[in-house]
Write a protein that binds this ligand. Sequence first.
Ligand code: COA
Length: 158
Amino acid sequence: LTAPAPILVRPATAFDRGFVLDTARRLADFELPRWRRPETIVDTEVAGLATAFDTLGQTGAVLVAETPAGEPVGFVYLEELTDYFTGQAHGHVSMLATVKGAEGRGAGTALLAAAEDWARRERLPYLTLNVFGTNARARALYERVGYGVDTVKYRKVL
Ligand SMILES: CC(C)(COP(=O)(O)OP(=O)(O)OC[C@H]1O[C@@H](n2cnc3c(N)ncnc32)[C@H](O)[C@@H]1OP(=O)(O)O)[C@@H](O)C(=O)NCCC(=O)NCCS
């Protein structure tokens, strides 16, 4: 039995654009609510990331996880938001995805730890994120690393 290789997390550069936009296609790779279409989700996320790469280093952050051999295995896109009720600035995990073949090896956990380091450096007091209620795997990960449910959004088809 060999221990899994440690995952390293670093800021994205323009060279990571292709990898990150490809990996974002996984952002609908789980059971979706029945009124959602995977193509719509993926297209919207990819467009948001393209803008993030066009303005890299200006606002928010894109971080890439890689193996010690330098093989990229996932990314996280972080933004600064303000709370609707208090107006307090905070960090937001806007997108998180790892490549299918690397799942369960700690890349998601490493990216969330790096998100916390980013937020501390930016003097942001907490992190938020949105997740589809049906995304059990992601929700288990978030709860395991200490996130608690804030609002829950419901929808009724008329
Ligand atoms: C959700 C997602 C980011 C998780 O990434 P990941 O790299 O698999 O995350 P981790 O490996 O850190 O943790 C996942 C599981 O592997 C286990 N694990 C972590 N490190 C491990 C290791 N070194 N060896 C074996 N298992 C490990 C964890 O216990 C965890 O178990 P859990 O699912 O019961 O919580 C990934 O599945 C993904 O990209 N999904 C599709 C996109 C998505 O849903 N994104 C989130 C949108 S909100």
